[in-house]
Design a protein around this ligand. Sequence first.
Ligand SMILES: Nc1ncnc2c1ncn2[C@@H]1O[C@H](COP(=O)(O)OP(=O)(O)O)[C@@H](O)[C@H]1O
Ligand SMILES: CC(=O)N[C@@H](CCC(=O)OP(=O)(O)O)C(=O)O
Length: 285
Amino acid sequence: MIADCNNIKAKVLTAALPYIQKYAGKTVVVKYGGNAMVHADLKKAVMSDIILLSLVGIHVVLVHGGGPEISGMLKKLDIPSRFVDGLRYTDEETAQVVQMVLAGKTNKDLVSLIGQLGGNAIGLCGIDGGMIKAKKIDGDYGFVGEITQINTDPITQAIQSGYIPVIATVGTDCKGQTYNINADTAAAEIASALKAESIITLTDIRGLMRDISDENSLIPVVKIDEVETLMNDGIISGGMIPKVKSLKKSVQSGVEKAVMIDGRIEHSILIEMFSDEGVGTMFIK
Ligand SMILES: Nc1ncnc2c1ncn2[C@@H]1O[C@H](COP(=O)(O)OP(=O)(O)O)[C@@H](O)[C@H]1O
Ligand SMILES: CC(=O)N[C@@H](CCC(=O)OP(=O)(O)O)C(=O)O
């Protein structure tokens, strides 16, 4: 019985070998959405996967969201939340709360969890080391940032020093104004700046759906020139809008593999990376 079990373990590990060889030394950006973060056990499983990837020599960069935590804090402070095209309308006060929650609480909680699980992470936000420079996005969104420049040095230096960089997506301009940057948007820009091999977005749904009330309507592959039609068809709404736009942009910028997967499934990152099983929605040229 024990021998059988060990045999299976050995088979699983050797089956992963070609995938490990493919990704070793390459950069993989994982975007971890706030909605897939709400269950403690799942969060632990995701962090364990990230540690494993890093230990087999993959340069994992974790870019996290935290929308539900921000909304929760705004509610406690009696500040109303409002979303426009999937982006949080951000007045001056909201921008401060976003910085406090994303860079302060969510980021440090993830770094601490990775540490508890035996990994080595360093928490950064876009302000640290001048990593994310931003300006006000066009339109009426308040202090929502459009990224003007990414300085990859703090990220690459963290990786070279053996840390998993964990990034909160708050940026600044040269005057010190804080901007709230959607985590999907930032993850795509970071992946592109790092010339990442792959971007994996973990969310709280199977992938891009034709109809979110129908579990069987998953769209497994999207060609990026189909995105506009899908947007016009009105099947994409809320937080899925920046997600889809960002994955499209990643592909356009040369990221080899851009996928959205279900963060509610335990070890979905490992299934995605270490098997040929297509999970979620893949964006291709
Ligand atoms: N066509 C679609 N397919 C899948 N999800 C969609 C679609 N349109 C809107 N959504 C919504 O987008 C949500 C995911 O975005 P969001 O809540 O911002 O997640 P995250 O916290 O992972 O960034 C889904 O839970 C779903 O409610
Ligand atoms: C401009 C904007 O919308 N910023 C997001 C930043 C966090 C985020 O993107 O979190 P998720 O990945 O969990 O959605 C917000 O304020 O909620």
